[in-house]
Unconditional design. Structure first.
Length: 464
């Protein structure tokens, strides 16, 4: 932050920005005007001002580049001079009084300065005071940060494509992005700075519902505490958080009832506003929670809800996880123990399971070698449902052709499949689960009533 003062006692105000390649200033006036000017050496300068009483002027060696009207907004660009001793840009307030801001250097010194010169006219009564605060940063450091973010974004997109089986990409460096699925429901990417809270508030958002875990925030350097603090400063908007693991369809299935229960409670507590649901990219977890909410609470079929979603936002929600969570709520299926085996002697270093109930991310389930059977074995309890998985033998992904296989997916990949059933469930319950797992399944009014009742219990207890 640059502090401004009458440094030389000559009625002019100066701000010093030593060793800075970039200077940014915000402009405010007592009549409600606001604006911004950014100067980069060498580079461009962009400014915008709203005001009924201000004009904005950008110049280069006296040549006028652009001027705002008294009733509109101006966005314009101008280049700084290489020679910082020359004036590179200025903001002028026309009217009864006039204030000019110029960027350059004073008395040939190497530091960059911003100069505010005040000129009073005869009609002092109409004079408007301006306040300018400036921040500076080194362009080189900023570019390095941007390059690092781009690299992380590319890595994230690659992981997402592998885990979700999609060609979608995420561009974190482009900032927050979102789409209205319903008039009062938005699905989008993560808030990156406290300023994003202001943007959402201006868009009518009253509920910010975050699904990110701490590692998600740390990966892109998002300061959640600062964002939450800014939300708390704003009226009419509240921040909520319900963590779901990224790239994990099983965790999504297990956490959906809690997430939708908390989301519904938050929306009911902030009626008349819009809910903003986000994960990191807004392409998996957030769409999944939004669809489940529309399916369980708003009365749409899952297929109808997904059609609405895909029209406004191309994404890849795990519909099977939503169907499984729906069946879990209505059948209360318990976990069942399964056993997976892989034939192979002690010459194999390791055998792991990918997929199953841990998803297709980086997590693997290790198998143990059984000397008596001369096989690698995994015994694990999982909820009722259909699971796809692969064996990872010494780092190589493969399937067991002797066991059930899935149909090839979009990328032509084939996985092993296991159907987990509950022997304690009766025939009616099994048929209900089978029906709910169909692509065109919908809920009856009675089934929605049961689900809503259970969600209320979950919202009050916080457990599922």
């Amino acid at each position: 932050m640059v502090c401004w003062s009458d440094r030389f006692g000559d009625g002019e105000t100066w701000g010093r920005c030593s060793e800075l390649d970039r200077l940014e200033a915000r402009v405010h006036s007592s009549d409600g005007a606001f604006g911004q000017i950014s100067s980069t050496r060498p580079g461009s300068n962009t400014s915008s001002v709203f005001s009924p009483a201000l004009n904005l002027e950008l110049g280069w060696r006296g040549r006028e580049m652009a001027m705002a009207t008294a009733t509109g907004m101006l966005t314009s660009t101008a280049h700084l001079l290489q020679d910082r001793a020359c004036v590179s840009g200025r903001i002028g307030c026309s009217g009864a009084g006039k204030i000019g801001v110029s960027f350059g250097s004073r008395s040939g010194c190497s530091a960059q300065w911003a100069r505010i010169a005040r000129r009073e006219s005869m009609q002092r009564v109409q004079w408007r005071r301006l306040q300018i605060a400036a921040t500076g940063e080194k362009t080189v450091e900023k570019e390095e940060e941007k390059e690092e973010t781009v690299e992380k974004t590319e890595e994230y997109s690659a992981s997402m494509q592998q885990a979700m089986g999609t060609s979608l990409t995420y561009r974190h460096e482009l900032g927050i992005n979102y789409a209205h699925v319903l008039p009062d429901l938005i699905v989008g990417s993560c808030l990156q700075t406290p300023a994003d809270a202001d943007k959402l508030k201006d868009a009518g958002v009253g509920v910010v519902f975050c699904l990110q875990q701490d590692p998600d925030l740390a990966y892109f350097g998002v300061d959640l505490s600062a964002i939450q603090a800014r939300v708390n400063e704003l009226d009419g908007i509240t921040h909520y958080r319900c963590q779901i693991r990224d790239f994990d369809p099983f965790d999504l299935r297990m956490r959906l009832p809690v997430a939708v229960a908390q989301l519904h409670k938050a929306i009911e507590a902030n009626k008349g506003t819009t809910a903003y649901i986000h994960c990191t990219a807004g392409l998996g977890r957030a769409p999944g929670v939004a669809l489940a909410y529309m399916y369980w609470i708003r009365g749409l079929s899952l297929k109808e809800a997904n059609v609405l979603l895909q029209k406004v936002r191309t994404c890849h929600p795990k519909l099977e996880s939503i169907r499984a969570a729906t069946a879990d709520l209505l059948t209360e299926g318990s976990k069942q123990e399964i056993e997976l085996k892989w034939s192979g002697g002690p010459g194999i270093g390791s055998v792991e399971i990918a997929g199953l109930d841990v998803g297709w991310g980086s997590e693997r389930i290790p198998m143990k070698y059984d000397e008596s059977e001369k096989k690698w074995i995994l015994r694990r309890k999982v909820p009722v449902g259909r699971y796809e998985y692969k064996y990872v033998v010494d780092g190589v992904w493969t399937t067991d052709s002797k066991l059930p296989l899935s149909k090839p997916n979009k990328e032509g990949q084939v996985n092993n499949v296991i159907e987990v059933t509950d022997s304690a469930q009766n025939g009616t319950t099994k048929k209900l689960r089978e029906r709910l797992m169909q692509e065109d399944a919908d809920l009856s009014s009675e089934e929605r009533t049961v689900i809503r009742s259970k969600l209320e219990e979950i919202a009050n207890s916080g457990q599922w």
